[in-house]
Design a protein around this ligand. Structure first.
Ligand code: ZN
Length: 117
């Protein structure tokens, strides 16, 4: 059985938890100032990465508190859990975000190399 480390209760079986989706989604500071497209993206568009993902979890059949977790979506391995409002300590997040940045920057570097040629 998969054990999930609740920051308040320690390791508990996965059947006590409920996933609340992607973590660290900030509400727009002025919702009335953004257009419908950006508002709908805030409400409905979520990442679905293959690899490390920051998620919100609720210890529904325990302390009842919400917390954040870094989970590898490929192996279903929990890398780290941490309280709401805290930042992840894990270096794998940095590696993941650096990897994403590298992928996003690929087309730009290709364009620059073509411009130089
Ligand atoms: Zn708990």
């Amino acid at each position: 059985m998969l054990l999930i480390a609740c920051p308040n209760c320690g390791n508990r079986p996965e059947t006590e938890f409920r996933c609340g989706g992607q973590a660290h989604i900030a509400r727009p500071e002025q919702p009335g100032a953004i257009d419908d497209q950006n508002w709908s993206e805030y409400l409905f568009v979520r990442k679905n990465p293959r690899g490390v993902h920051a998620e919100r979890w609720n210890h529904a059949h325990g302390c009842g508190r919400w917390f954040n977790a870094l989970r590898d979506t490929v192996s279903d391995r929990f890398i780290e859990t941490y309280p709401m409002g805290a930042k992840a300590r894990s270096a794998e997040v940095e590696a993941g975000s650096a990897q994403e940045r590298a992928i996003e920057e690929l087309p730009k570097s290709d364009i620059q190399s073509e411009a130089r040629a």
